[in-house]
Design a protein around this ligand. Structure first.
Ligand code: GTR
Length: 440
């Protein structure tokens, strides 16, 4: 899998361990022993910073939610700007008979400051022909360019910088890169199930490297223009998540797509991004975090697999500068990742892990979902519906879904099947919790 703990080689030694070791193939130097996880106490979702109790749904929606969101902006992901006033988009390509007539394909260039030469990104959208309009949609960023999600020759080849991989020559995509990440994007299956799929290349928004901001939207749209980022100015995850909100602005104007039923999805670092997008933008009707791990669904206080110290050292650009201060002192953080999940409430949330992906701490992801339940309950929803980490390949959950797929760190067809089933339950049935999704 191309996505397997990518980028780690740069900062960490990945060593081979005995095959019988469940942590074999996982980055060395981390704790993978449940017995060695020190005790920790999570911040109470239902207690204000001043110690007061959050008693009613109103207390959460009117005050505590904003307080928690602010804490994540201040300490973890940084603050992002509002929607850009001059943004406009251009439909650069449409094919009403794409994929052998299964879908309409549209490619949309989003001009973030309204100019052709300013910061921009490109959305690839497939809308199933057979489904009644407007259709619900999945929206997710991809790792290597829109042309990698399917071999469809009609997809425009990304002209942006792309990381090393098949079909990439000197940081640029060639035709040989088409469809190279198709295993992560079962496009026909998604369309057959009645959902549109929209995706954009995360590198259009910001190339994923320490100095990527220079070539990304953070250098063009403040705060932090010219690299002077304050302690709580947005990091790359903030920029990518902000891009997802801009993609939703565009989808909400598309007559074929129901902007009130858009699920945001992401894998790994883009799972962290999907969570932050869904937490900060309540127009997303559903949120899916696949193997999102540290800085995503996994609890920061739980010392298992990747830690705050490692992630802020190897990927300093992902978070706001202040987050690094919590390396090795997670107890001082006023939040933990269960509160990020709680920010999605009462909307449907799916957290998924993989058995071999110990670096992402599957149990820590499950426990974060569990610890978000009190907020779902306060808002009149149910949560996971189980007490303990489920056995592999057994999906569980009510308004919060969870599974631990047998296998490694990846987004695969099995994961998508669970997300499609979950979306059927939440986006096709009674849609009473859905919010209007007009551009903000
Ligand atoms: C790893 C990183 C993880 C995860 C992964 C990925 O190197 O340590 O937090 O995000 O990358 O995005 O594939």
């Amino acid at each position: 899998m191309r996505r397997a703990i990518r980028g780690l080689a740069a900062g960490l030694a990945v060593t081979g361990v005995l095959a019988a070791d469940p942590a074999a193939g996982q980055p060395a130097g981390a704790n993978y022993d449940e017995a060695k996880v020190p005790a920790y106490t999570l911040p109470d979702p239902l207690r204000f910073v001043d110690g007061g109790a959050v008693q009613e749904a109103r207390d959460w929606t009117d005050r505590r939610r904003a307080e928690v969101l602010r804490l994540f902006e201040t300490h973890v992901y940084g603050r992002s700007p509002g929607p850009p006033t001059a943004m406009r988009f251009v439909v650069v390509e449409t094919d009403p008979r794409a994929l052998g007539g299964l879908a309409t394909r549209r490619q949309v260039r989003v001009l973030l400051d309204g100019t052709e030469t300013g910061p921009a990104f490109e959305i690839l959208l497939y809308v199933p022909k057979a489904a009644p309009r407007p259709v619900p949609a999945f929206l997710g960023l991809n790792f290597d360019g829109n042309h990698t999600v399917h071999p469809d020759p009609g997809i425009r080849l990304s002209t942006a910088w792309v990381g090393e991989g098949p079909g990439v020559v000197d940081g640029r995509a060639t035709d040989a890169a088409r469809g190279t990440d198709a295993a992560s994007w079962p496009v026909e299956r998604i369309l057959d199930r009645g959902y549109a799929l929209a995706t954009a290349y995360y590198g259009d928004l910001e190339p994923d490297r320490a100095d990527g901001w220079k070539d990304g939207i953070r250098s063009r749209l403040g705060p932090g223009v010219s690299g002077r980022f304050g302690p709580d100015d947005w990091g790359a995850i903030g920029a990518w998540a902000w891009g997802l909100s801009r993609a939703l602005d565009v989808l909400a104007t598309d007559p074929d797509v129901d902007g009130r039923r858009v699920a945001v999805i992401g894998h790994s670092r883009l799972g962290k991004t999907a969570l932050w997008a869904g937490a900060s933008d309540e127009r997303f009707a559903m949120v899916v975090a696949n193997d999102s791990g540290e800085g995503g669904a996994a609890l920061a206080r739980r010392q298992f697999g990747e830690t705050t110290e490692v992630i802020t050292r190897v990927f300093p650009h992902w978070f706001c500068a202040r987050y690094r201060q919590y390396a090795g002192r997670e107890d001082a953080l006023p939040v933990d990742q269960h509160l990020l999940l709680a920010l999605v409430a009462p909307r449907p949330l799916y957290v998924a892990s993989a058995t071999e992906d110990l670096w992402a701490d599957p149990r820590g992801e499950f426990l974060a979902a569990k610890a978000a339940e009190p907020v779902y309950r306060l808002l009149g929803r149910d949560g996971l519906g189980v007490e303990d980490l489920p056995v592999p390949d057994r999906p569980v959950g009510k308004t919060i879904g969870y599974h631990r797929r047998r296998g490694s760190h990846a987004l695969v067809a099995y994961d998508w099947e669970q997300y499609l089933d979950f979306a059927d339950r939440h986006l096709l049935a009674g849609a009473q919790h859905l919010r209007p999704a007009s551009p903000r």
